[in-house]
Every structure is written in C-alpha cells, then in structure tokens.
Design a protein around this ligand. Structure first.
Ligand code: SF4
Length: 200
C-alpha cells in the first residue's frame, strides 16, 4: 500500500490522491515511485477518509508544527477528503496546514472553491508555472487547455480573501524572460513568487 503520510527534508506530507489534470514536464512523479520516507506514493486506489484518519492516528506528529498536502497528485482532486483531513489534523494535533496546488481546483471541482479552504488552509503555494496561457500549456500539458491559465489566476486572486498566506511558484524550466514576466504578474497581483530549481 502506498504511503499516505511521508516525511521529506524535515517536513511531514499528506499524499491523498494520485489524480491530476496536468502532465507537467518537470513533474517529480516521473523520477521514481517514492520520495523521502515513502517507498511508493502510487496508490492502488485513492484512500478514503477513514484510511487517511487511520494513518494519522498511527503517526507521531510531535516533531512537526505544520503538515503539507503535496504528493503524487493534485490535492484538490480529493477536495472533500482534503478539507476533512485538514480539519482533523488541526483539531487533533493543532497543526498548521500548507497546501501545494496547481491552482486548477475550480475547474477540477466545477465550482468556486477558494472559500471552502477558509479557516482550514493556512498557507497555499500555487504553481503559476508560466506568464501566459500558451507557455503554461507547453509546461503543464493541462487537460483543461486554454481555460486553465485564466482559471488559475482567478483562483489565486480569490485565495487572497480566504487564506492568510498565498504564494506563487515557478520551476526554472521556463526562460529567464518568462521568469521576469512571472515576477511582474506576481507583483501586480500582490502574491510573492518563489523560483524553484528543477529536480531531475
Ligand atoms: S500539477 Fe503537480 S502533480 Fe500534476 S503533473 Fe504537474 S507537477 Fe505533477
């Protein structure tokens, strides 16, 4: 069975789904089955809340004050489990919740979703990936096509109303000119940008 909770570089992570509407050119999933303490992050079937809860109850969270939802899939693909699990982690262990997301939750769930994360997610890191729809599609190969990029920007704007800390990331697979344009978008939207190194 795949690990639902794993540790990596001193942090604890939740791997609650393998579903994702993208196929990013830099996706860590193509590097191997496991990461950090996890032998495999590939579920045979996405876990139910009961299965997630059982792993939480068996895990020692005492060294951690935060848990990150980030695994081999986009956490908002399992939105109900994400919300229920984050609530449980907060109530039971008083943990801060960080969500790493591709920002396509509204398209994935066919409804506005940022408000549903209010009081549940403390910090969200959204993969901006590119400065425009065309380059975004080149990098992410999203199944939503040209709808994806504007939906991501709208979701990020909405998140500012409901989540205390919102950040953008790009991976340095795009050109320096594109990174500069991403910085401009971040500044205009008032969302800090982190540039990540591509882990090959
Ligand atoms: S959005 Fe994340 S999980 Fe999905 S393909 Fe891209 S990097 Fe991989």
């Amino acid at each position: 069975m795949a690990d639902i909770i794993y540790t990596y570089a001193g942090s604890a992570y939740m791997n609650i789904t393998n579903k994702c509407p993208c196929s990013c050119i830099f996706c860590i999933r193509s590097n191997g089955d496991g990461l950090g303490s996890a032998e495999t992050l590939w579920h045979k079937k996405d876990p139910s809340f009961e299965e997630i809860k059982a792993e939480i109850d068996a895990f020692d969270f005492s060294p951690y004050n935060e848990v990150v939802f980030c695994g081999y899939g986009e956490p908002t693909q399992a939105l109900d489990n994400l919300i229920e699990t984050a609530k449980y982690l907060k109530e039971k262990h008083g943990l801060k919740i960080r969500l790493n997301s591709n920002g396509l939750s509204d398209l994935i769930n066919s409804k506005p979703t940022a408000q549903l994360l209010e009081g549940i997610v403390d910090c969200i890191s959204i993969s901006l990936n590119a400065p425009d729809s065309e380059s975004y599609q080149r990098v992410t190969r999203s199944k939503f096509g040209e709808k994806a990029y504007p939906a991501l920007l709208k979701f990020a704007e909405e998140c500012k109303k409901y989540i205390p800390s919102v950040k953008f990331t790009v991976v340095d697979v795009i050109t320096p000119e594109e990174i500069e344009k991403c910085k401009e978008i971040s500044e205009k939207m008032g969302i800090p940008l982190r540039i990540r190194k591509w882990i090959k």
